[in-house]
Design a protein around this ligand. Structure first.
Ligand code: PBG
Length: 331
């Protein structure tokens, strides 16, 4: 027999007034949930707008103190730093230069706004002349491939340099196997036991990184990243990656990209007790900005809906280029 749900049950009763809607709202979005990615260049003396990411710029290290104060004032949860060095080589050795743009920007930011959470991206693709996320060598078939274990050493050196500069959290984004354990071991051995690791645990080989590769000048010169980043078709593998990083000692996990991977965010949320982030990447940002510039969408409304969607799916925090705008809109 059919239960007479209607007219007794009327969900619209709880949508009747703004007050009632606020009372029953399930998901909250605050400026503190947002992390702003920043690109620091060693060569620039003034900000250089990034063509593919309207509203974002490559910054000189001299801008670090001001942007740190701005991020703090906006109430952001933190910032994450990427670097553009003067010179690149096959190993990406500029990634562990203590005078590189990231360590210098970290120091300036922690000096200007000590309470601001400063995270560094740990990867070598911005520092290698070939644009891959690691050291190359001939693989089993003879073709050049990223050497997993040799890369771990470079990553550990870079993370240590970031920690020494004052970073609160280091975030490996390379997708090498074993990098979380390698970073943890090195940081602990050098006395940086309290520096946390935010692992880009579940990172897909995505077309949505396109605009970033112009921003960070890190497009691979040959091939692609499918040999180390995940296949967009895989979901069970995400749980495996998350579990491995958790076991290796990650303090926080991340899923990347965001918009097409909300199912993955929800699955990782259910499988792991660790704080979970999601990266609303450059291609997602570029699409929103292009549609808004063309007058096709209401930017503010779309951005807040997107960010709320990430939170609803289970993300504790969101890395997003919209962070400062969204913080302003949230008041
Ligand atoms: C690698 C890295 C990338 C992004 C963050 N870290 C590029 C890549 O893996 O190709 C992409 C971020 C974005 O698209 O916004 N260092």
């Amino acid at each position: 027999m059919l239960r007479a749900v209607f007219p007794t049950e009327r969900p619209r009763r709880l949508r009747r007034t703004p007050g009632i809607r606020a009372l029953v709202r399930e998901t909250e979005l605050r400026p503190n949930d947002l992390i702003l990615p920043l690109f620091f260049s060693e060569t620039l003396t003034e900000a250089k707008p990034i063509r593919t990411m309207p509203g974002q710029s490559q910054l000189p290290v001299s801008a670090a103190a001001d942007i740190a104060r701005e991020a703090k004032k906006a109430g952001l949860g933190g910032v994450i730093l990427f670097g553009l060095p003067t010179a690149k080589d096959a190993e990406g050795s500029a990634a562990y230069d203590p005078n590189g743009p990231v360590p210098r920007a970290v120091a300036a930011m922690k000096d200007a706004a000590p309470e601001l959470v400063v995270i560094t991206d740990v990867c070598v693709d911005e520092y290698t002349d070939h644009g891959h996320c690691g050291v190359l060598r001939a693989g089993p078939g003879g073709a050049l491939d990223v050497d997993n274990d040799a890369t771990l050493e470079v990553l550990a050196k870079a993370a240590l340099v970031h920690a020494k500069a004052g970073a609160d959290i280091v975030a490996p984004s390379d997708m090498m196997d074993g990098r979380v354990a390698a970073l943890r071991t090195r940081l602990d051995a050098e006395g940086y036991k309290e520096i946390a690791i935010l692992s880009y645990a579940v990172k897909y080989a995505s077309g949505f990184y396109g605009p970033f590769r112009e921003a960070a000048d890190c497009a691979p010169k040959f091939g692609d990243r499918a040999g180390y980043q995940m296949d967009p078709a895989n979901a069970r593998e995400a749980l495996r990656e998350a579990r491995l990083d958790e076991e290796e000692g990650a303090d926080m996990l991340m899923v990347k990209p965001g918009m097409p991977y909300l199912d993955i965010v929800a699955k990782v949320r259910a499988a792991s007790p660790l704080p979970l982030g999601v990266y609303n990447v450059s291609g997602e940002y570029a699409m929103v900005k292009a549609a808004a510039a063309a007058g096709m969408i209401d930017e503010k409304r779309i951005v807040l809906e997107l960010l709320t969607g990430f939170r609803r799916a289970g993300a504790d925090f969101i890395l997003t280029y919209h962070a400062l705008d969204a913080a302003r809109w949230l008041g």
